[in-house]
Design a binder for this molecule. Sequence first.
Ligand code: PAF
Length: 279
Amino acid sequence: MKIFTTKGEIAEYLLQKRSAGKTIGLVPTMGALHNGHISLLAQAKAATGEVVCSIFVNPTQFNDPKDLEKYPRPIESDIEKLKSAGCDVLFNPPVSEVYAADEPAWHLDIGPLENMLEGKFRPGHYQGVTQVVFKLFDIIKPDMAFFGQKDYQQVLVISRMVELLKLPVKMVMCPIVREPGGLAMSSRNVHLSAQEKQDALALSQLLQLVKENFATHTLPELKELAAGFMSQQPALRMEYFEIADGDTLYPATADTPKVVALVAAWAGKTRLIDNMIIK
Ligand code: PAF
């Protein structure tokens, strides 16, 4: 596996690959790789000729400095995992390679998606995400980019950017990978104690409950069912739960064609998100 830390070197290397007829697949990550990331790499490998993984803990998308500071950065074990997964190229730049000291301000009008659900609880988060993903797309120029469904709203936001800026990249959303009990895999799970991990199982159970009852209940009934279930989970501090339109994330109505249920909650000091495609 080739490892690059500078934009110029990786761009030159990928130019050669492209000239040789290879298609480029990008899996953007912030590292602390788990099987969810490995499944993105597998899908990228199946669909493209040269797979690039980026590991960059992007400071502009963290609205809480403590969260940025404690974000796990196990780079040596990440490199081993990427090699075993057959990744071709790792891009692991320092912050100074991505952001200039006099970095121009970034703002992309992504519409209502910016301030709903995740955006409401993490102000500025999606501006930081679009800023860094735009830069990564610009450096790597992938034909296809692979993102996890776990960050469902992020996939919608980046797809909106691709559409608005007419970026020549195909977005691929890959299914959530879950631990045996149902907990969605996340780099933040390393912060959970054994008890918190147990408590966190309620999130996927909640989504499953909604999915199983979707055909037989009205939306208000489902919301009531969900509220009842969560009231029995005092160890979790809920931020939001929504049964939403899968394209806009506005609350679903009886005739919404594509429905997704999304949840965010705290288990101790760790914030977790999960979602499930219901229809
Ligand atoms: O999903 C992530 O890990 C990050 O938000 C991303 C897409 C790598 C941008 O920093």
